[in-house]
Design a protein around this ligand. Sequence first.
Ligand code: KDG
Ligand code: MG
Length: 404
Amino acid sequence: MKITKVQVIVHCPARNFVTVKVHSDQGVYGLGDATLNGRELAVSKYIEEYLTPSLIGKSPFDTEDIWQFFYKGVYWRRGAVNMTAIGAIDIALWDLKAKLLNVPLYQLLGGKSRNKILTYCHGHGTSFEDTIEKVLEKKEAGYEAIRVQSGIPGLDKIYGMNTKKGAKYEPAIAAETPFEEEWDTSKYLNHVPRLFEKVREAVGDEVHLLHDGHHRLTPIEAARLGKELEPFHLFWLEDLVAGEMQESFRLIRNHTTTPLALGEVFNTMFDCKTLLEEELIDHLRMAVSHGGGITPMKKIAALAELHHVKISPHGPSDISPIGIAAALHLVTAINNFGVHEYMGYEEQTLEAFPHAFKWEKGYLHLDETPGLGVDINMDLVDKYPYKKAFLPVNRLTDGTMFHW
Ligand code: KDG
Ligand code: MG
């Protein structure tokens, strides 16, 4: 059995995606998600130029050896572009292998540990009232877990807002250069506890509430926020400080019992080794596609399990249904699953990626379709060409460059 061809498809069905299609001499193909929001062409070129030639002729069953070949063989290890490229190939090979064996992928990862996958969505509004309305709408739609972000008085353009009714969360903006947002930490820190007091009162105790700090605080600011939110029993506080300094979480952890989540920008075990070994977080948010694929994520999940940390994958709409399915199969098989982010897709994206997974009443469900259970509609690829788009950048109100 041999890999005969690798196609890298860059397309924009409502937003940009990079899809990898690995063909075998059995006429069966596997699909991988190589989308890295705002840096799509870097990954597509990387796969075409540097990975594809080494894949041709290899057996698609040798997922471990192929992963090690690309990870160790590059010499310049780690990094988002490199690991997303390796991850896309790895996901496509696992899809292909499961299709060739005629089983859903989770059967190769340990079988079924659960029947359905808890999801959380976004309930975002401009004001207290608007946010409460959005959160209640999501509760009504069946979500048991809701991420809450809201506009902050005095700041016009900030993260996590979606003002258009019914529109999906989409931070990337089509342009030649990134859009600039603004930030003021003291306004934010004063606002968030008041927001959660009101939201908790409106939704009651049954719904899990989550919040994303998007890497913007210092450890001591994060500790204050965690402490002040304790009465409202959050499911988690995500990305409070930048993840580069894993040691920063020691201070936060010593000050608050609010559960902590981190990791959507991580791409290897080494980004979270201290966090896991010292039990400094409760949920690891790595996406399978950005974390190097199924092969390393299965090992990371095993290390996390040892340290009471749950795998709760990043699932924004800039991860394609292929990347989401890869995570769904992984978290179906492992024991230490927490929650999966899921916000749905625009109509064009759904048409571009026919898929077997289904969302119903707060949970995602897989069926018995062999492989990942996701396809790509090749007839639509030329209809939706790539459009350059960037994630925003962020400045303090005095113009200082800040974290986004
Ligand atoms: O591409 C970046 C987005 O996916 C990111 O802003 C989403 O923070 C995010 C989240 O938690 O989904
Ligand atoms: Mg996040």
